[in-house]
Design a binder for this molecule. Structure first.
Ligand code: 6R9
Length: 645
C-alpha cells in the first residue's frame, strides 16, 4: 500500500469525450429545485395519473408529486416489456460458485415480468394486497428482487431484513411493521457453504407472539428443512397461478403511498423504521443511477452490495430496473470459488459499471493484483464507491487496477434516510479528487455548520446538513414522528442533520469525515453501539457493557466491547467467545466485537454516566486526557493494560 500522502493533492480532470456524451448536463446544477425534478419526473417515470404539484414542503414533512398515481413495478418491469425491451437481459444471475457454474443464467425483462406476476398471484392467495405489509429475509438470489417487485406490484409495503441478521432481528422488524407474510429461502449459499435461513426465521418468530401468519419459502438448496403449518414453498404456491400480466395488473399507487420500510441503526433505542414512499423515492433512485453512472442502453452494471441494505434497494432493484439497465446479481462472496471471481464476472459479462464499497476494494487489494491477471477488465468505464469514506490510496488502487488507470470513480455519499445519492462527483463535469465525495447532486444544498449553527469555512470540520428537500428523502420514522423530528430536524430548525462530519476544501469540494454519533460502520454496515451493548448484557455473566469503535484496515471500523462482569466472574477466553456468539445470535455475525475488554467496572463519572469519550480514546489507542471526573480512575488503567495486550 502506498503512503496516503503520495496521492494527496492529485486531481483528475474529466475526459473531454465523456463531457460531450455524458447524460448529466452542467446546466442541471443551476436549475430550480422544482423545475429540475419536474423535468426528470416527466422524462423518466410513467404515470397512471399526472401529479398536480411537484413539492409540498412543510418542514420537516415533504410530499412530492402530490396527486400523482403510478406503480414502481410497472416502471421497473412492465413498461420495458410493453416498450419492446422484453428480450433485453435484466439480470445476469451469478450463483455462489461463480460465473462458470451451470446454475448461472440470464433473466430477461419478459422473464422477470412472468416471475413477478407469478409470485404476486401467489401472494394474493395468501391475502397480500394493497397496504398489507410483507417481510423479506433472503440472500442474493433473483427471487429476492422478484419478491420486492411483486410486493410493489400489489401495493404491499415490504421490509427487507438483511439475510445475515438473526431470526430475532427478523421477528422484531416484521412485528413492528405488522407483516402478515414473510418470504424467505430454505438455505443460503455463501462461500461454498449452505447456511440456515428459514430455520433462523422460525427461531425468531417462535420466540414470542408474532404478526406473521404465513412463511413463503423459496427453494435454493433443496435441503430437507422443517416445514410447519404456516409454511408454503413458493413453487407449490405458484404451481397453478397465471404468469399473464393481465391476471395481476399493477396497483395504481398514490405518489406518497408507502413503498417500503427499511430498518437502520440509530444511536439509541431500537432500530429506526425509515419510511420511503413511492414516487419521490423511485424518481430519485432512477435519476441518480442514470446520471451519476452515466447509464447507456448497452451498459452492463454491477452493484455488489446486498439487497438487505439501502444500496441494494436503490441501486440493485429500483434504480437500475427502472432505467431498463442490464445488471449482474452475484449471490456469493469476493473470495469464492477463487480470489478472482469478481474479475471473472467482469470479464464474462463485459461489466461497464462497477459500484461497491471501500471494504470490498480493500479486501481485493489485500488479496493482490495477481488475481486480476488474465482477466480482461477493459470493459469497465465507470466505478462507484459507497458506504464509508474511501482512503486516497484505496481510491488510486481501484482506479489503476480495476479502472484500467482511466475509469472515473464516483464516490457517492448518501444514507438509508436520504434514499439516494446526494453528494457525488458527476461524470464529465467534476475534476476528481481521491477520497472525496465532492459535490452536491443537482437540487441538493449542503452546508457545514458548527454546533451553534454557524456556517464553517475552508478546512473546518463540522456537521453536514441539507437545507433543501429532495424526492427520495425519508418521510418519517415509522410510527415515530417525534423521534424523526428529534433525530434529524431538531439540531437546526431549518435543515436536515445527517449525523456525519464533513469539511470543505479551498475549491468548495466536500470531504466526509465519518459519523459523529454513536453509530459504528463495520464494512459499510451501520450498527448502533446501543444494539451491540444490549446483546452483550443479555449474557448472564455480564453486568454492564459499552461499545466503541476503532479504525480497522479491512473493515473501516471494528467493534471494541468493554464489559464488566457480575460478582467474581472472570473474563476468560471462553467467555469472550460466548459473548461474540451472543452478539451473532442476537444481531448477526458482522456485529461481533473484534476485541473484548473485561474489567471490574466501566469508567463512570460521578453522576453515573459512562464516559464514552474515554472508551473511544481507549479503543483507538489514543491519549486518554482528563480522567479526573471518574469515580475510579484505576478502571481505565486496567482496561488500557488489556488493550495493549
Ligand atoms: C448508502 C449507505 C450511511 C452512512 C453515512 C456515512 C457513511 C456512506 C459514504 C459515507 C463517506 C461516502 N457513508 N457513503 N461516508 N463517504 N461515500 O451507506 O447508507 O447504510 O444508511 O449508511 O454511511 O457515515 O451517514 P447507510
Amino acid at each position: 500500500m502506498s503512503e496516503q500522502t503520495a496521492t494527496e493533492g492529485k486531481t483528475y480532470p474529466p475526459d473531454p469525450e465523456l463531457s460531450k456524451t455524458a447524460n448529466v448536463r452542467p446546466e442541471m446544477k443551476e436549475q430550480d429545485l422544482r423545475e429540475f425534478w419536474d423535468e426528470q419526473a416527466k422524462a423518466r417515470l410513467d404515470w397512471f395519473e399526472d401529479y398536480d404539484e411537484v413539492l409540498d414542503w412543510q418542514l420537516p414533512y415533504a410530499k412530492w408529486f402530490v396527486g400523482g398515481k403510478l406503480n414502481a413495478c410497472y416502471n421497473c418491469v412492465d413498461r420495458h416489456v410493453e416498450g419492446g425491451k422484453g428480450d433485453k437481459v435484466a439480470l445476469h444471475v451469478v450463483p455462489d460458485d461463480g460465473p462458470d457454474s451451470s446454475e448461472a443464467r440470464d433473466i430477461t425483462f419478459s422473464d422477470l415480468q412472468r416471475e413477478v406476476v407469478k409470485m404476486a398471484n401467489g401472494l394474493k392467495e395468501l391475502g397480500v394486497g394493497k397496504g398489507v405489509p410483507v417481510g423479506i429475509y433472503m440472500q442474493m438470489i433473483p427471487e429476492a428482487v422478484v419478491a420486492m417487485l411483486a410486493c410493489a406490484r400489489l401495493g404491499a409495503p415490504h421490509t427487507v431484513v438483511f439475510g445475515g441478521f438473526s431470526g430475532k432481528a427478523v421477528a422484531e422488524r416484521c412485528n413492528d411493521l405488522e407483516c402478515k407474510v414473510l418470504i424467505t429461502q430454505d438455505e443460503a449459499m455463501r462461500g461454498g457453504k449452505a447456511g440456515a435461513q428459514k430455520t433462523n426465521a422460525d427461531e425468531g418468530l417462535d420466540a414470542g407472539p408474532t404478526t406473521v401468519e404465513k412463511i413463503v419459502v423459496v427453494r435454493r438448496t433443496g435441503a430437507d428443512i422443517p416445514m410447519n403449518d404456516r409454511d408454503v414453498y413458493l413453487h407449490d404456491l405458484t404451481a397453478n397461478v397465471s404468469d399473464d400480466p393481465q391476471s395481476c395488473p399493477c396497483e395504481p399507487m398514490d405518489s406518497e403511498d408507502l413503498l417500503f420500510l427499511l430498518y437502520t441503526s440509530g444511536s439509541t433505542g431500537k432500530p429506526k423504521g425509515v419510511v420511503h414512499t413511492t414516487a419521490g423515492y423511485l424518481l430519485g433512485v432512477t435519476t441518480t443511477h442514470n446520471l451519476v453512472f452515466d447509464v447507456k442502453d448497452d451498459s452492463v452494471y454491477w452493484c455488489a452490495a446486498d439487497i438487505g441494505w439501502i444500496t441494494g434497494h436503490s441501486y440493485i432493484t429500483y434504480g437500475p430496473l427502472a432505467n431498463a439497465c442490464t445488471s449482474v446479481l452475484f449471490e456469493g462472496v469476493p473470495g469464492y470459488p477463487g480470489k478472482d471471481v469478481w474479475w471473472k464476472i467482469i470479464d464474462k459479462y463485459g461489466v461497464t459499471i462497477l459500484y461497491t464499497s471501500p471494504t470490498a476494494i480493500k479486501s481485493h487489494m489485500k488479496a493482490g493484483e495477481q488475481h486480476i491477471e488474465g482477466h480482461d477488465l477493459s470493459s469497465i468505464k465507470m466505478l462507484g464507491s459507497v458506504g464509508e469514506p474511501i482512503n486516497p490510496d484505496v481510491w488510486e488502487w481501484y482506479r489503476e487496477h480495476i479502472g484500467g488507470g482511466k475509469a472515473p470513480i464516483m464516490d457517492t455519499w448518501w444514507q438509508t434516510e436520504t434514499g439516494h445519492i446526494l453528494i457525488t462527483p458527476l461524470p464529465g463535469i467534476t475534476t476528481l479528487k481521491p477520497g472525496m465525495a465532492q459535490q452536491p447532486f443537482p437540487g441538493v444544498r449542503p452546508e457545514i455548520r458548527d454546533d451553534e449553527g454557524n456556517q464553517l469555512g475552508v478546512e473546518q470540520t463540522g456537521n453536514l446538513v441539507l437545507t433543501q428537500p429532495w424526492p427520495g428523502m425519508m418521510r418519517t420514522l415509522y410510527k415515530d414522528d417525534e423521534r424523526f423530528k428529534d433525530t434529524y430536524w431538531s439540531k437546526y430548525s431549518d435543515a436536515y442533520f445527517a449525523g456525519d462530519g464533513a469539511k470543505y476544501d479551498a475549491d468548495g469540494d466536500i470531504q466526509l469525515m465519518g459519523r459523529i454519533d454513536d453509530v459504528v460502520n463495520v464494512s459499510g454496515h451501520r450498527l448502533s453501539t446501543f444494539e451491540v451493548e444490549s446483546a452483550l448484557v443479555e449474557h448472564a455473566d455480564v453486568a454492564e457493557a459499552a461499545v466503541a469503535a476503532r479504525k480497522d484496515d479491512d473493515t473501516g471500523q471494528a467493534i471494541v466491547a468493554f464489559v464488566s462482569l457480575k460478582g467474581d466472574k472472570q473474563g476468560t477466553e471462553e467467555l469472550e467467545q460466548a459473548l461474540r456468539e451472543q452478539v451473532a445470535q442476537s444481531i448477526g455475525k458482522l456485529a461481533r466485537p473484534a476485541t473484548v475488554i473485561f474489567s471490574s467496572d466501566l469508567p463512570k463519572t460521578r453522576s453515573g454516566k459512562i464516559m464514552r469519550r474515554l472508551l473511544k480514546n481507549l479503543a483507538e489507542g489514543e491519549e486518554l486526557g482528563d480522567t479526573s471526573t471518574l469515580v475510579d480512575p484505576s478502571v481505565v488503567e486496567q482496561m488500557q493494560k488489556q488493550m495493549n495486550g
